[in-house]
Design a protein around this ligand. Structure first.
Ligand SMILES: Cc1ncc(COP(=O)(O)O)c(C=O)c1O
Length: 346
């Protein structure tokens, strides 16, 4: 029996033996009492990597974004974010429910915001209208094919936000992918934001967790909101140990995921029955449209070839490379997709 090739998401990785060892051996305490030494270590490490004063370990990227939006804004503010941002589409209306803010959506070209458009949206509170309370950016941009926002655009947006007195939160669930693709240090991208979150549970291969970074004052407030949302964890040093292991060992491996995504895209570029977005995926995601229902394509691929894919729209499929995908699996995926396209696409 062949094993499944799971390309649904980079969240599907399983902790390696080495990661499980550090999890088993982690020194722990009660983190709600701020007593867990391994969580302290992870938070200190993350703050240094991002060039921020402090950091907070949180259960998920969604909770991290919720906390950031809530801390930066007051109810009735307006936040600016991409119409396809994860916080807009996939976080169960959290800006409206948890922070009680209005969302003003901009449309980016390939995940890269238009600086002048953003500038035109900045506004002060008046008798009639809400004021801009936050600019939320996503890098890499999931639904825009894993696109990355280059540093010069971040710098321009940072200046506009600063000039308008508006804080910036960076949803960097895959910030290290963005940094590698942009050829810069993650801290340079983070320097253009007041707060930044990155996920340990995506390409970095951890079972759970994200880290929110910012000023000491921001993280102090964030800790209270995390508690309010039920995200205070106890002996979670076991999870933080996995995070430290990932920061030490798995960041550099992300470039392998990018290389494999490119090979995958090139291998299916002329496949029948599909229209590939690009043969040069910016990071670790390959998107294509199907000429038949995406769910039928995905079912065939799974049942016939043991290749798991993600359907993001009725005719759209996403494939994501990650730590648990090797070169041989990429070649299997290419064959499976080509055959599926030929079988169903005529
Ligand atoms: C860009 C982005 N932000 C935030 C999240 C949320 O992360 P989590 O699944 O840990 O809540 C995701 C998840 O895929 C994401 O892609």
């Amino acid at each position: 029996m062949t094993s499944k090739v799971d390309l649904r998401s980079d969240t599907t990785t399983r902790p390696s033996a080495a990661m499980r060892k550090v999890i088993a051996e982690a020194e722990v305490g009660d983190d709600v009492f701020d007593d867990d030494p391994t969580i302290h270590l992870l938070q200190e490490r993350a703050a240094i990597i991002m060039g921020k004063e402090a950091a907070l370990f949180v259960p998920s990227g969604t909770m991290s974004n919720s906390i950031a939006i809530k801390v930066h804004t007051k109810p009735g503010d307006e936040i600016l974010l991409d119409s396809d941002a994860h916080s807009m589409i996939n976080e169960v209306a959290l800006p409206a429910t948890i922070a009680q803010v209005l969302t003003r959506q901009f449309h980016s070209t390939s995940g890269i915001p238009d600086v002048e458009e953003i500038a035109s949206y900045m506004r002060k509170e008046t008798l009639h209208s809400p004021g801009t309370g936050l600019l939320l950016l996503e890098n890499t941009h999931n639904r825009a094919g894993g696109a990355f926002i280059p540093l010069n655009i971040h710098k321009a947006l940072w200046k506009i936000a600063n000039d308008s007195g508006v804080p910036v939160h960076l949803d960097g669930a895959r910030l290290f992918n963005a940094a590698i693709a942009a050829g810069v240090d993650a801290s340079e991208l983070a320097s253009c934001a007041d707060s930044i979150t990155f996920c340990l549970s995506k390409g970095l291969g951890c079972p759970v967790g994200s880290v929110l970074c910012g000023s000491r004052e921001f993280i102090f407030k964030a800790r209270r909101v995390r508690k309010m949302l039920g995200g205070g964890m106890r002996q979670a040093g076991m999870l933080a140990a996995a995070g430290i292991y990932a920061l030490d060992n798995n960041i550099e491996k992300l470039s392998e995921d990018h290389r494999r995504a490119k090979r995958l895209a090139e291998g299916i570029a002329d496949a029948k029955g599909i229209e590939l977005d690009t043969t040069s995926p910016p990071t670790n995601m390959v998107y294509f449209n199907t000429k038949m229902a995406a769910k039928d394509f995905a079912n065939h691929l799974s049942l016939r070839y043991d290749i798991l894919s993600g359907t993001t729209f009725f005719n759209r499929i996403r494939l994501v490379t990650h730590l648990d995908i090797d070169d041989e699996q990429i070649e299997r995926a290419i064959i499976g997709i080509r055959h599926t396209g030929s079988t169903l696409g005529v």
